[in-house]
Write a protein that binds this ligand. Structure first.
Ligand code: NAP
Length: 323
């Protein structure tokens, strides 16, 4: 008999119909749908549910919430909803997986010798902020280099900060930073932003934000903390040192595929390949949300992926004989 600790309860065996790895919106939506389908469902999350939405302040484009909702509040609501339909949520780090057989095995940090087994697995590990990979970045992380506006912006009250990137995250977080910082300069490698038009309009109209286009940050300098950055203008090929108090880096996402690189097929950028039913190339294994190769990464597309994957898993499980 297997006995491991779930949040708030103990359950007596380690066999599930569906195991969902990752508790962002995609994983939580899969848990809601799998729970409602009365599949025995376990969601494993290593830190806190919510994923990327907990790194942003407000979400204003998730249908049904006419006023912006805090990312953390939305995650909490989804978690409660999944539990209401019977999904179990367990906080543990998955250390390895074996997905190719019919009986999938999932090893977690607190029960390393006894794998959890499941008939279907939904991969929802998401993505994490891409690094700039310049000198000083690692050294000054937490000392002026940040990848999270809501976490660190209050530390920069009345300060001057650099933001790197031109996508939705960079522009949204620049706007958020202006609540604290005295001035925000957005350094973008092209002369055209990638961000959604409404965010661009807001940033352009914000007197605290200016733009340094056709430019990249080549180096981050300081002593105990960030004091300046070297910005190179790509058109002129010239670098200059700019004094600043901090640098926020928002240059895209890298998929969290360390666990499953050799288990399922990924594209050249490392994102998991699926068909429109969220099936990977391995039977009974699905991928959802930011970890998946897709064109639009939004909460609304993540939750859609989760619903589709849970229903695909349901069909797969019910069309294969029960164990
Ligand atoms: P993204 O859309 O991939 O944008 C990354 C930005 O960083 C781009 O402007 C890119 O430049 C730049 N960049 C990439 N590598 C760079 C490097 N090495 N040096 C300098 N600049 C570099 O990433 P994101 O903004 O993090 O967004 C990720 C996904 O989440 C997107 O699908 C986005 O739409 C979504 N998202 C949505 C919302 C929202 O709806 N409110 C909020 C946040 C994120 P180029 O433009 O030249 O490629």
């Amino acid at each position: 008999m297997f006995d491991f600790r779930l949040t708030g309860e103990r359950i007596q065996d380690n066999r599930f119909d569906v195991v969902i790895i990752g508790g962002g919106p995609a994983g939580l939506s899969a848990a809601i749908y799998a729970g409602r389908a009365r599949l025995k469902t376990l969601l494993l999350e290593k830190t806190a549910t919510g994923g990327q939405i907990t790194l942003t302040e407000y979400i204003e484009n998730y249908p049904g919430f006419e006023e912006p909702i805090l990312g953390t509040t939305l995650a909490e609501k989804m978690e409660k909803q999944a539990q209401r339909f019977g999904a179990k949520i367990h906080y543990a780090e998955v250390t390895s997986v074996k997905l190719k057989d019919d009986e999938k095995k999932i090893y977690i940090s607190d029960e390393n010798d006894n794998p959890i087994t499941s008939r279907a697995v939904i991969l929802a590990m998401g993505a994490s902020p891409r690094k700039l990979r310049v000198s000083g970045e690692e050294e000054f992380t937490g000392k002026g280099v940040s990848y999270c506006g809501p976490c660190d912006a209050p530390l920069f009250k009345d300060k001057y900060v650099i933001v790197v990137g031109g996508g939705d995250t960079a522009i949204e977080e620049s706007l958020f930073l202006t609540k604290f910082a005295r001035r925000v300069s957005v350094v973008h490698r092209r002369n055209k932003l990638r961000a959604t038009a409404i965010l661009q309009e807001r940033a352009m109209a914000n007197p605290k934000i200016d733009f340094i286009f056709n430019s990249v940050v080549r180096e981050i300098k300081g002593d105990a903390k960030v004091e300046s950055v070297i910005i190179e203008n790509l058109k002129e090929g010239k670098g200059k040192e700019v004094k600043c108090d901090g640098i926020f880096i928002f240059v895209g996402l890298e998929p969290e595929t360390g666990l499953i690189k050799n288990e399922v097929e990924c594209n050249d950028n490392g994102f998991v390949l699926t068909n429109e039913d969220m099936e990977t190339n391995v039977k009974g294994v699905y991928a959802v949300g930011d970890i998946r190769a897709k064109s639009l990464r939004q909460v609304v597309t993540a939750v859609s992926d989760g619903a589709i994957a849970a229903m695909s898993a349901y069909k797969y499980i019910t069309s294969n004989s029960p164990r």
